[in-house]
Design a protein around this ligand. Structure first.
Ligand code: ATP
Ligand code: MG
Ligand code: ZN
Length: 280
């Protein structure tokens, strides 16, 4: 059935200051935002994610993270900083990131893009042609230019110099252009910054310092939703969180002793992916 307002032309008449004009019809806007949503690369598992369906329970830092996510989505594109969700698996970091992304695409018509960090690096690497170096840019450009980018699971990639440079290029470009980015990670800050599982060791000094400038850090923990009974509500999640609550929950990916190279001076580490040596 054609649109009753515009007969599928995509334009509808409006009167502004007594002058007849045309403007985009609501049906056109809806189609445009559907197309934007489709182009955002949101994985199927997360395509239903909304802020309204996110279950909260008495967990102050989780509630704060949700509040900040909501505020960011409501105020976008007038936002100073992006968001950085830090915490253990299954607590809803990716859910929140996608919920914000979907909301700003739908309500603001933003060009939004989701990438798992490892997938992004894989795509860039697979299209990298050392001779012409053109396809690489085709992948990188939308990543750098998206109004809102979600980079999921930062730090999970195997660190190397190339990885460090590539991610720094993306993050720096977005930072310079004042484009907002939402990150998620399992790697929290550690007092001992030479600890291979610390966020700093995983992402390197340069990226680490940029991240703080670019984002509000929202570190939280909670019930692992993947271990919760189906259709869990606040009571179930609170009970599960309490039973699972114990110190040192974050995953340990390389438990070995910290090597001397990980403690190299700041200046040199700036040029490198410091976590690479600790992890390899
Ligand atoms: N509070 C919540 N309310 C509703 N659904 C939730 C909640 N927390 C998590 N989920 C759901 O549980 C699943 C796992 O959550 P999600 O993938 O966001 O976790 P994560 O913190 O990103 O974990 P990881 O660190 O392993 O990536 C998703 O399907 C998500 O929609
Ligand atoms: Mg996740
Ligand atoms: Zn219409």
């Amino acid at each position: 059935m054609p649109c009753p307002i515009c007969d599928d032309t995509g334009w509808k008449p409006v009167e502004i200051d007594g002058v007849s004009r045309v403007t985009r019809c609501d049906c056109w806007r809806a189609r445009a935002s559907d197309a934007q949503l489709g182009a955002a690369r949101i994985p199927r598992r997360y395509q239903h994610c909304d802020l309204d369906t996110f279950v909260t329970y008495p967990n102050e830092r989780l509630q704060n993270a949700v509040r900040r996510a909501r505020r960011f989505a409501d105020e976008f594109p007038v936002v100073e900083k992006g968001l950085f969700f830090v915490g253990p698996p299954g607590i809803g970091k990716t859910h929140l990131a996608v919920a914000v992304l979907r909301q700003v695409i739908r309500t603001r018509g933003a060009r939004g893009l989701f990438y798992d960090t490892r997938d992004l690096l894989k795509v860039i690497r697979s299209t990298y042609d050392p001779v012409v170096k053109t396809t690489e840019l085709q992948v990188l450009e939308p990543v750098m230019r998206a109004d809102l980018l979600v980079l999921d699971d930062l730090g999970a990639e195997k660190p190397s110099e190339w990885v460090g440079e590539t991610l720094n290029l993306i993050v720096n470009t977005r930072y310079n252009e004042k484009r907002a980015t939402i990150f998620t990670t399992n790697y929290e800050e550690k007092e001992d910054t030479t600890e291979p599982d610390s966020l700093l060791a995983r992402v390197g000094f340069r990226m680490h310092s940029r991240l703080y400038e670019m984002c509000d850090f929202l570190e939280f923990e909670g019930a692992d939703f993947r271990h919760a009974p189906p259709n869990s509500g606040p009571e179930e999640l609170l009970a599960l969180w309490k039973t699972l609550k114990r110190p040192g929950k974050l995953p340990t990916r390389s438990g070995g002793p910290v090597r001397a190279e990980a403690r190299e001076p700041r200046g040199r580490a700036d040029l490198r992916w410091s976590g690479g040596k600790a992890g390899s």
